[in-house]
Design a protein around this ligand. Structure first.
Ligand code: ATP
Length: 196
């Protein structure tokens, strides 16, 4: 049974993330899903980053509907940048009996070869990579083939995820109600996040 690690900035978590969790929840080969908000995103220059407390609270609300999901705050417990390679190394040492898999969206494939120690990372655990509606399928397949040649083990689930991103939601929070899980939307409104 796999423990699927689903890392991200979740600034905020949206229906795309929700659909990914729903698809993972249904998979028989996945026993647990660890939702892992990152502390200092190494690849991102971000217009507005909600506080750690708010991102954790929003992730808790995102996770509520799924029995297999729990929050993993290991990246919050470490100082400095959190690279996936380092995080996975720590987790594999800490939990030698678990088989981890890494979850991400297809957009990650285009920047994957810039990730810290990606050549080692791609053989350290299998990947579950979700397609997004409207993405460049030829590019996705080309990148997948390239990384498979280097030893990456990948599953591409049948579910194709809605084309939504946290960036577009932050830009127009007043009209983002249908792009967010209800509990997350209510939290954002109550706490008045992304209003700047
Ligand atoms: P931002 O717009 O701020 O870059 P994001 O919407 O991409 O954010 P993240 O929190 O960075 O959200 O995403 C976490 C993970 O979820 C990443 O692996 C990303 O590829 C994946 N993901 C996010 N949105 C989608 C989507 N609509 N379809 C498929 N995968 C997605």
């Amino acid at each position: 049974m796999l423990t699927a690690i689903f890392g991200g900035t979740f600034n905020p978590p949206h229906i795309g993330h929700y659909e990914m969790l729903a698809a993972l929840q249904k998979r028989r080969d996945v026993g647990e899903i660890w939702l892992m908000p990152d502390r200092v995103p190494p690849h991102k220059v971000c217009d507005f980053l909600a506080s750690d407390r708010d991102r954790i609270a929003m992730c808790e609300r995102l996770a509520e509907d799924f029995s297999k999901v729990r929050l993993c705050l290991v990246e919050f417990e470490r100082e400095g940048k959190s690279y996936t390679f380092d995080t996975l190394s720590v987790l594999q040492k800490q939990y030698p009996n678990k088989s981890f898999a890494l979850v991400c969206g297809g957009d990650m494939l285009t920047s994957f070869d810039t990730w810290h120690r990606y050549r080692e990372l791609l053989t350290m655990a299998p990947f579950i990579i979700f397609r997004r509606i409207g993405e460049d399928k030829a590019l996705f397949d080309r990148k997948l083939a390239q990384f498979r040649k280097l030893g990456m083990r990948v599953t591409v689930p049948r579910s194709v995820i809605s084309a939504v991103s946290s960036t577009e939601i932050r830009r127009d929070i007043a009209n983002a109600g249908n792009l967010l899980p209800k509990k997350v939307y209510d939290y954002i409104m109550t706490e008045e996040i992304y209003r700047g």
